[in-house]
Design a protein around this ligand. Structure first.
Ligand code: UT7
Length: 331
């Protein structure tokens, strides 16, 4: 019997309508377009403004976009994984609500929470389910409403993050396409450098935690930056070596969009020309779990069947890693 692999066979996306530009941010905090552009590459980000809507709203719309593009019945989906750092609420998984709302009523669901590497880890998890032979169709949605945990008076974080969602359908493939290899890492000594300190079990919400602004993202940007550059390059190098790939064999790098300088530095370190590096950070900023599926969606027309694609991410925790896949279709 041929080996079963998990191949991405469709993509979809959703970003909210409201565009928060660098010019608008200039009126909110002491910053300027030139600083943001040169330090991060970001020009604008999308923000979900509708009341009583959360990450599930983004995820549902990304899934609907995917379903509009291909002929598949939501009832055929067996598992829905929502990769997110901003679930709708504690205890009740966002994915379960999403599955029901999109009509995936035969699926079960769970959330995968690993900061900016959530989508990467979710692809690894979903592909293992498929490789086992037990499941054939899994929907993985990277979705984050970062604006729900950003302090819009803190110029060190509010210029970076945006809201959005990207969805991919993974299907069993016996022709050698799809996920080929992965190299995933984590190091808990990094959690002090990027976190939302309160609201979890260590420091539940109190009047004081709210006064102290402990429900917002805190980041030591410089430390995270250094770790991100060296570790993303390392895992990309590792996955190339393990699979006997020369740099010329790589068609695309889809790296987490946290900072244009981090992405360019990673590409430089592995000698990958920038025209093979997917980039859309200027439009959306850092959408955490959504960056990689948003890239795959935005570059879908340029991706060709058989292309060698490297996914890479680095984020809070710390968590990071790379996945090597062979693109499975022409759009
Ligand atoms: O996705 C999860 C993983 N996260 C990341 O990968 C993010 C990694 N870190 C970064 O991308 C960068 O560190 C930042 C974009 C967050 C910051 O860029 P930086 O080049 O590391 O700047 P910095 O923090 O060293 O700040 C340089 C200066 C400081 O002023 P002084 O102390 O030199 O006078 C900051 O106060 O820039 C100042 N600054 C700003 N100035 C204008 C910080 N934020 C701003 C701002 N506008 N928004």
């Amino acid at each position: 019997m041929s080996k079963i692999s998990a191949a991405i066979t469709a993509v979809g996306k959703y970003v909210p309508d409201y565009v928060l530009t660098n010019q608008i941010l200039e009126t909110m905090v002491d910053t300027n377009d030139e600083w943001i552009t040169t330090r991060t590459g970001i020009k604008e980000r999308r923000i979900l403004k509708e009341k009583n809507k959360g990450t599930s709203f983004l995820a549902i719309n990304a899934a609907k976009d995917l379903f509009n593009k291909i002929d598949i019945a939501p009832k055929d989906i067996e598992l829905v994984i929502v990769a997110t750092a901003t679930p709708d609420m504690q205890a009740a998984a966002t994915s379960v609500y999403v599955a029901t709302q999109i009509g995936a009523t035969n699926a079960f669901g769970f959330d995968l929470v690993a900061a900016c590497s959530s989508f990467l880890y979710a692809i690894s998890t979903a592909s293992s389910f498929i490789e086992s032979g037990k499941y054939k169709k899994i929907l993985v949605i990277g979705a984050d409403m970062n604006s729900s945990m950003i302090d819009y008076t803190d110029r060190t974080t509010c210029i970076i993050f945006g809201d959005g969602a990207g969805a991919v359908l993974l299907e069993a493939n016996i022709e050698g396409f799809g996920v080929q290899d992965e190299y995933l890492r984590s190091d808990g000594s990094g959690r002090e450098f990027l976190q939302v300190p309160a609201g979890g079990s260590i420091e539940p919400t109190t009047e004081q935690t709210i006064k102290d602004k402990k429900h917002f993202v805190y980041q030591d940007g410089k430390t995270v930056f250094k770790w991100a550059v060296s570790n993303m390059a390392d895992v990309c190098q590792k996955i190339l070596e393990r699979n006997n790939l020369e740099i010329n064999d790589i068609n695309w790098l889809a790296a987490h969009q946290a900072n244009k300088r981090i992405i360019s530095a990673t590409a430089n370190r592995i000698n990958l020309p920038l025209d093979k590096v997917m980039m859309n950070i200027e439009k959306y900023g850092n959408t955490t779990s959504a960056t990689i599926p948003l890239l795959l969606n935005d570059y879908e027309k340029q991706l060709k069947k058989g292309d060698n694609v490297i996914l890479a991410a680095f984020g809070g925790g710390f968590t990071w890693g790379s996945i090597y896949l062979k693109w499975a279709y022409n759009s």
